[in-house]
Every structure is written in C-alpha cells, then in structure tokens.
Design a protein around this ligand. Structure first.
Ligand SMILES: C[S@@+](CC[C@H](N)C(=O)[O-])C[C@H]1O[C@@H](n2cnc3c(N)ncnc32)[C@H](O)[C@@H]1O
Length: 357
C-alpha cells in the first residue's frame, strides 16, 4: 500500500511550535506558582502593594536575586503586573484574589499544586504504563494530596451547601432534623467538615482507604471544632462501616476506585430504604469529542497521571477515568440496584448525580 504524505504547511508548523513555547512556559510556571505560594510571595505582594525585588525579598525573607528572577517570570506570564517607569511589581486585584484568597472559588495555587505533584510522579507513571501496573493514590507525593484538598475545597465551599445538597430530594430537611451521613473517599475531609459545620444536628462518618488522608481529616475536624459530630475511619469504599445512612456522598472519587461497581453495591446495602447517594464527578460529556476543550484537557491529563493509575492499582481495576461521562456512571450505579438516577446540578468543573434505591 502506498502512503500518500500530505505536504507540510510551514506556517501551520511554526504556529504549532510557538504555541508549544507558551506551553513550556506554562509547564514551568506550575513550579513557580507553587514556589510563590509556599514562600508566601503572593501573600506578601497582596499586603504590600507595588514592590521592588529587594522589598519582596526582605518581606518574604528570601534571596533578592531569586525574588527578581521569579518576579520577571511572573510578569512575563501575566501573573503579576510590572510597571517599567517605577521598576515595581504588584498584584492586580483579580490576581490577588486568584493567587491568595483560599476562600474564593477562583483560588488557583491548589490547582497548580496537584498538577505539579502529578508531574513530579510522572516518571513512575511512565514505568507503570510500560507494565500496565497501577499506581495508588497513597503512593503519590504529598503535593498531590494537599493540592487536591486545596483545589477542590473552594468549589465545595461555594456550591455544596448552597446548591448541591438543596438539589437532592428532601435531603436538606433530613440534615437539618438530624441525619446519618457517610462521606466515602473523603480524602482530607473538606466536604465532611463542611457538612458538619452546616448541619450540627447530623452525624458524619468520613472514610477513605488512605491512612495519611484520614489522619489529616481527623486534624481538620478537630481544628474546625466539629469533632463531636464528624468522625473518620480508614476503610475501602466496598466495605466502609455502618448502615442505615440517610445520605452517602462521594466527591470526585468514584472513578478513582478499582471496583466502583462493588462500591455501588455496598452503598446500596448501607443506605436506609429511602436514603440518597450523592455522586460528584468531574464534568464530562459521554464522547471524547465532547471533551476536547480546556477543562477536558486538564482532566484527561489528571486522569492519565492520577485517576487511571489509582484505579488500576486496586482489585478489578475498572479504570473509569476522570472523563467517564454521565452514561458510564449511570451504568455502574444502576447495575448495583439503584432504580433512580439523575443529574441534579453542575458547575464548569463538576456534575452532581442523585441515586436512590
Ligand atoms: C481525588 S481524591 C478526592 C478526595 C475528596 N473526596 C475530595 O473531594 O477532596 C480521591 C480519593 O479517593 C480515595 N480512594 C480511591 N480509591 C478508594 C477506595 N477504593 N476506597 C476508598 N477511598 C478511595 C483516595 O484515597 C482519595 O482520597
């Protein structure tokens, strides 16, 4: 068979190369944002107004030469504003919110932290891809676990109590009166603590198979003063303890599990007869062509480095992937005996499903 080579369009080739220059800068910028976050550089700038490199270095107690080079890279990337007349750098109000306000849904450093952590682990994922073995959530560097918490929490703060729980049939009333809730795959417990704060009459049982995450979740609950109604156990989703739950929640974790179908069957057994299972998953269409956009790109990348290897590291290894889409999630849920399944809310990043027995 003769393969007909298409001619190379030089302008298109150079356009592709220059786009890649931007992306190499963006890749390196993940490290610079995490550096700025960990060294407190953005916070110092937000407090100080326009600074010289020397002033920033003094305030943050770092070397002036590093401060200057970091500031120049941030200015070139549009992460800080540079004024050539004064030689000073400052954060514009929008940059200050996105880079320093952990309570804002626009907060970004956590997103970069989980991305950088994933990249740091990529040599091991590359080897896993050769052998087909998995790579567990627990095996990742701490930036993946901390970044996950810091990336997701602002979205949960903005949507969980105000929009997602009210979208479930009759659940808020039960929570106000006193309900029993299991938060499965809870990680550092951001959602468990948040619900505990909002609904003091209810009891919340967080669980996760990762021991380190549960230790952090316990600390978070104690710090938030909700230890009386929020507790945590190390347990895989297919056998988390307890029964008669009014609500079971899973936030951004069903697709990470090796056996989501087994987990679904266990949720079915652990729920009260009129209970509700709330599943929050990354937003995705059912077909690849629906997800060829910036959010889909980021999620497929996380899925390659985090979610798919995590699932493959566990028994069954179904590997739904972070862009499984509604139809695939519905299949897994209804196969476990849930008769009702609906998408009840969504954001640019998440889809929220309600499943009932
Ligand atoms: C992306 S993180 C989400 C954590 C948390 N729900 C949140 O939204 O911040 C996925 C979590 O699923 C947990 N996980 C993965 N497989 C699990 C399993 N089979 N049973 C319980 N937890 C699991 C991981 O340990 C991790 O904490």
């Amino acid at each position: 068979m003769t393969i007909v080579q298409e001619p190379v369009d030089f302008d298109k080739l150079m356009g592709f190369v220059f786009r890649a220059v931007d992306e190499v800068g963006a890749t390196l910028n993940a490290a610079l944002v995490v550096m700025g976050d960990k060294l407190g550089l953005y916070r110092c700038m937000a407090d100080a107004g326009a600074v010289t490199p020397g002033e920033l270095a003094h305030r943050a107690v770092i070397s002036e030469r590093y401060a200057r080079e970091w500031l120049n890279a941030q200015a070139a990337g549009g992460y800080v504003h540079y004024d050539p007349a004064s030689g000073r750098y400052r954060l514009l109000p929008e940059q200050a919110v996105a880079l320093t306000d952990e309570s804002s849904p626009a907060y970004l450093p956590g997103f970069f932290q989980i991305a950088l952590g994933s990249v740091l682990d990529s040599p091991r994922i590359t080897e896993a891809a050769r052998s087909g073995e998995g790579f567990g959530w627990h095996e990742h560097v701490g930036d993946v676990h901390d970044g996950c918490e810091r990336f997701f929490r602002p979205g949960y703060n903005a949507h969980l109590v105000a929009e997602w729980l009210p979208a479930l049939d009759g659940v808020v009333r039960k929570l106000q009166e006193g309900a029993k809730v299991a938060d499965v795959g809870c990680g550092h417990g951001a959602t468990t603590v948040l619900m505990g704060q909002a609904f003091p009459a209810s009891s919340f049982f967080g669980s996760d198979y990762h021991e380190g995450s549960i230790a952090t979740a316990r600390r978070r609950a104690a710090e938030a003063g909700v230890g009386d109604r929020v507790s945590f156990e190390i347990a895989p989703a297919a056998s988390f303890p307890g029964s008669g739950f009014d609500l079971v929640t899973m936030f951004d974790c069903l697709h990470d599990m090796g056996d989501p179908a087994g987990a679904a069957r266990h949720v079915r057994e652990a729920l009260a007869p009129d209970g509700t299972w709330m599943i929050v998953e990354p937003r995705a269409g059912d077909r690849l062509e629906d997800n060829i956009n910036p959010v889909g790109r980021a999620y497929y990348a996380f899925s390659t480095l985090l979610c798919t290897p995590a699932s493959l590291s566990q028994p069954v290894g179904l590997a739904l992937g972070a862009q499984a889409g509604e139809a695939r999630i519905r299949e897994v849920v209804t196969a476990a005996g849930f008769t009702r399944f609906a998408r009840v809310a969504e954001t640019p990043f998440n889809m929220v499903f309600e499943a009932r027995p």
